[in-house]
Design a protein around this ligand. Structure first.
Ligand code: ZN
Length: 219
């Protein structure tokens, strides 16, 4: 029996899980098409249990453009044997995604990337996205900013810390690292995505002096 045959089912619960796999796989393909990805280095995940402890995530060393629904790992953040299995996930992604899903109820889908312009902004002393135009203004006061990066995540405490920083926000600028967007479904984060391909020019601007817009009626 093929992997695909095993995953597809007439059972409603299995069919729902299969659709979640398909949706998440499509997000990887879209990110690759938009060139937001870092080949095999970033991670998307989707909670599939009510408590968020069971979730889907991409396997290690699989290019975004090649990921299929059946490739996605089914993980349980309570399973202490996870990192010992032959197809163990990336350890950093396991620490971050598993703990955010378990701690932040609204973060059902997590899209984490290192887009070049956003990551350049994340490396500034003040990585907050300034409201300098109508695109960036949409995100004013809506982005959690993490300034506590101290190396690649390698324990659950770092994931718990990032979960606290994200809090009730749906976007996080991860200082010296990248960005993370959370949503209720795979589709939900997309319209609220900072869309690096369009906004990245604004995001790169902090390296230069700001030209602040003057509100109407003021000189
Ligand atoms: Zn990362």
């Amino acid at each position: 029996m093929s992997n695909l045959t095993k995953l597809k089912s007439d059972n409603a619960e299995d069919a729902q899980l299969w659709q979640m796999r398909v949706d998440l796989a499509a997000a990887f393909r879209l990110a690759a098409a938009m060139n937001w990805h870092e080949s095999v280095g970033n991670h998307f995940s989707l909670a599939v249990s009510p408590d968020g402890k069971k979730f889907l995530m991409n396997p290690r060393w699989k290019h975004f453009s090649l990921i299929k629904a059946s490739d996605l790992l089914f993980l349980d953040s309570d399973n202490s044997e996870t990192m010992k299995r032959p197809n163990a996930p990336d350890p950093s992604a396991w620490c971050i995604h598993g703990r955010i899903h378990a701690n932040v109820a609204h973060a059902r889908c997590l899209l984490h990337l290192h887009p070049p312009y956003a990551t350049a902004l994340a490396a500034l002393a003040d990585p907050d996205l300034k409201p300098v135009d109508q695109n960036t203004a949409r995100f004013y006061n809506r982005i959690a900013v993490d300034l506590g990066f101290d190396g690649i995540a390698d324990d659950r405490a770092e994931g718990d810390r990032l979960a606290r920083v994200l809090g009730n926000k749906s976007r996080m600028m991860m200082g010296n690292h990248g960005i993370l967007v959370a949503g209720a479904t795979v589709a939900e984060p997309a319209p609220r995505w900072p869309r690096p391909s369009r906004i990245s020019i604004s995001w790169s601007a902090p390296a230069r002096p700001w030209c602040w817009p003057i509100p109407r009626g003021r000189s």
